[in-house]
Design a protein around this ligand. Structure first.
Ligand code: TLP
Length: 347
């Protein structure tokens, strides 16, 4: 029985081309900036994001942390969504390691924060207040149904940031999913931000790694911050080699994952006992609720697992997340739907 693991797109394994690129990667010491594969990766990442410079980091969490620590000094404040990954799922790194104060603003169901809420959160000049320094967005928005934030919205937040002398960071862990879903070049989504982090190890299937991109000046400082965190790596081209293949070969196929997520959402919509807003599905992430009172959520997840389908119970007391990714085919979605129907009927 094939295991259909829909817990996350982080479970993707490297492709044959990635394994070959890893084997053949030319290497050097990247702390001396002498790893040719890292240099090629960073040039490519910067070019893709339309930024002057880029930095390879081990994870999305490290990418976001490097950016917040580079933008902000101790006691300064970051405005970010109350459902953002940086606020919910990064172990409070910006506070723990940087003394940075998070100021949360409500995320709407489409992953945006209202402009008036952002404006309202910006501190005035008063000795009692922390100084606002940074605004963060997330695209796609993981916990808001994988919503893709359009370029116009990002531009409007950038205008608010600019008018108050603030920087704008984008957690673009799945920025390529957003670009594919919106049918735009990724640069349109990054043009107005001061820094962006994106992941190779999610839908793009590389085993490890993320990139941080921004101006040359910002990245020079970010390189120092990464060193502080112990993230200066030596022959790191061995992992960046897979990241190059990820950017070259794995972006356009993300549309297949979006189609599979939609197929799954539409199927779930037909199952009595499950509840989903199928119309909200734009990319590869779906959330749905178990509304049947015949079984509890843990039993539902466990019984599905016995049938070879893995989901995450996350996002609410009776909520599950499923993420489509490389290696999951349309037939797997049909098997998943059949398994869900059986589990509910058997209860
Ligand atoms: N998200 C993971 C879990 O942490 C929930 C997942 O399975 O979706 N930004 C966003 C928007 C993310 O979704 C994630 C990972 C990260 C940053 C952190 O990336 P990593 O796991 O590489 O540190």
């Amino acid at each position: 029985m094939k295991s259909i693991d829909l817990r996350s797109d982080t479970v993707t394994l490297p492709t044959t081309e990635m394994r070959e690129a890893i084997y053949e990667a030319e290497l050097g010491d990247d702390v001396f900036s002498e790893d040719p594969t890292i240099n090629r990766f960073e040039n490519m990442a910067a070019e893709r994001m339309g930024k002057e410079s880029a930095l390879f980091v081990v994870s999305g969490t490290m990418g976001n942390l490097v950016c917040s620590l580079t933008h902000c000094a101790r006691g300064e404040e970051v405005i970010l969504g109350d459902r953002s990954h940086m606020f919910l799922n990064e172990a409070g790194g910006m506070s723990a390691l940087g003394g940075i104060h998070p100021h949360i603003v409500a995320n709407q169901s489409d992953g945006t924060m209202r402009l008036e809420d952002i404006e309202g959160a910006i501190r005035g000049s008063n000795v009692h207040y922390p100084r606002t320094r940074l605004i963060c967005l997330e695209n796609t928005h993981n916990s808001c149904n994988g919503a893709a934030l359009p370029a116009e919205y990002i531009e409007s937040v950038a205008a608010v940031a600019k008018s108050h002398g603030l920087s704008l960071h984008l957690d673009g862990a799945r920025i390529f999913n957003a670009a594919v879903a919106l049918g735009v070049d990724v640069k349109e989504l990054t043009r107005c931000v001061d820094s962006v982090s994106f992941c190779l190890s999610k839908g793009l299937s590389a085993p490890v790694g993320s990139a941080v991109c921004g101006s040359s000046e910002f990245i020079a400082e970010a390189r120092r911050t990464r060193k502080v965190l112990g993230g200066g790596m030596r022959q790191a081209g061995i992992i960046a080699a897979a990241g190059i293949v990820a950017m070259e070969q794995m972006v356009e196929r993300l549309a297949e994952d979006h189609a599979n997520a939609r197929r799954l959402a539409e199927g779930i919509d037909q199952i009595e006992g499950l509840c989903i807003n199928a119309a909200a599905v734009q990319t590869n992430i779906i959330y749905f609720d178990l509304v049947s009172d015949k079984l509890d959520i843990e039993t539902f997840v466990k019984k599905l697992e016995k049938k070879g389908v893995r989901l995450l119970h996350i996002g609410g007391p009776r909520r599950c997340r499923a993420v489509a990714h490389y290696g999951i085919e349309a037939e797997d979605i049909d098997v998943t739907l059949a398994a869900m129907r059986e589990v509910i009927e058997e209860s």
